[in-house]
Design a protein around this ligand. Structure first.
Ligand SMILES: [Fe+2]
Length: 327
């Protein structure tokens, strides 16, 4: 376990960006790229991709299992500690012996990634927005953003729209209908309560709720019932990370379509392509990595089983990597 937190190691006088060290990894950016080095290796990632991945990794609390920024670099969540790895799940790097994996307390990595993102993100660029809805991160450092980098998860603590609920979206909360969903119908459900139950029953149009999301690939609104986690999201362009599952993950495609590239989690060898269209349901297995591509903004419902310890039951083979046997 690496105990030391992030440290600054210098500022580039030409671009204005600061370089950092965390454990054995160093992080430097220039106008186009993030450069990551470690004692036996180095790696380069296009800056937009790097920042879109890093900000989601923090926002998701490192999510379940593996977050690959690309095929080489990423994090693994052990729910309390987090690995940072380079090349550890890439056959070429493994065979060359240049891979590195270090483990840190989760809060150390969260703080480090937030520090790097704060320094490397300037006003006018928001990595949580779809590329067509934000500026570019390229070029020298501009004015630092002062607003929150992240939209924190907002748990729906009671039925959406009931009095006291703060998570429902409207024009008044600064959430207009996204341009991609302008042609949809958002009829409000009719609610008829038995006398005596007024104020305890409500319903909203979930499509309208998702259509007002201002972020992509980021489940800013989720419903949690014990270990069941249900997130509805809007997706546009590409999932900025490759997610390696440590448990099954259910997808219900609610509108339009998403193309998924699916590969072996450990080697990255291709295993399949899935095109999910509105109404399709799938369970991503526990032993794969996957990345989604949404040509037009679409709506996706993701269901996760957050039961603690599930990851070790899948890792040990106690549970099959898929949820259903057919035939
Ligand atoms: Fe996933």
């Amino acid at each position: 376990m690496m105990d030391a937190g992030i440290e600054k190691i210098g500022t580039d006088p030409d671009t204005g960006y600061t370089s950092f060290r965390l454990g054995s990894f160093t992080f430097r950016r220039d106008e186009y790229f993030a450069h990551i080095t470690w004692p036996r290796g180095s790696h380069i990632i296009e800056i937009d991709r790097f920042l879109r991945a890093m900000v989601r990794d923090i926002g998701w609390g490192f999510f379940y299992g593996w977050i690959f920024f690309d095929d080489i670099f990423g994090t693994t969540n052990h729910y309390g500690t987090v690995d940072i790895f380079a090349g550890s799940y890439d056959r070429g790097c493994k065979e060359a012996g240049i891979d590195l994996l270090e483990t840190f307390p989760a809060e150390t990595v969260a703080h480090a990634f937030e520090t790097i993102s704060r320094d490397w993100i300037s006003e006018g660029y928001d990595p949580l927005n779809a590329p067509l809805e934000t500026g570019s991160p390229m070029g020298p450092k501009g004015k630092e953003r002062t607003d929150p980098l992240l939209r924190a998860f907002i748990a729906a603590d009671r039925m959406l729209g009931l009095e006291g609920d703060k998570s429902v979206r409207s024009d008044a909360t600064g959430h207009p209908i996204n341009r991609a969903f302008a042609d949809m119908n958002f009829d409000a459900p009719e609610i008829v309560c038995e006398p005596g139950f007024e104020g305890q029953l409500h319903a909203i149009n979930l499509f309208e709720h998702i259509a007002r999301s201002d972020v992509t690939w980021n489940p800013s609104i989720s419903a949690v019932t014990r270990a069941n986690i249900c997130c509805v999201t809007s997706e546009e362009h590409m999932l900025p990370v490759i997610h390696g599952n440590d448990r099954n993950e259910w997808f219900i495609q609610l509108s339009d379509e998403i193309h998924w590239n699916i590969a072996d989690k450990n080697t990255g060898a291709p295993r399949g392509r899935v095109v999910m269209k509105a109404g399709d349901v799938c369970a991503m297995p526990a032993d794969i990595r996957h990345q989604g591509f949404s040509p037009k903004r679409s709506m996706l419902m993701v269901l996760e089983n957050g039961t603690p310890g599930l990851e070790t039951r899948y890792a040990s083979g106690d549970l099959k990597p898929y949820p259903v046997d057919f035939g």
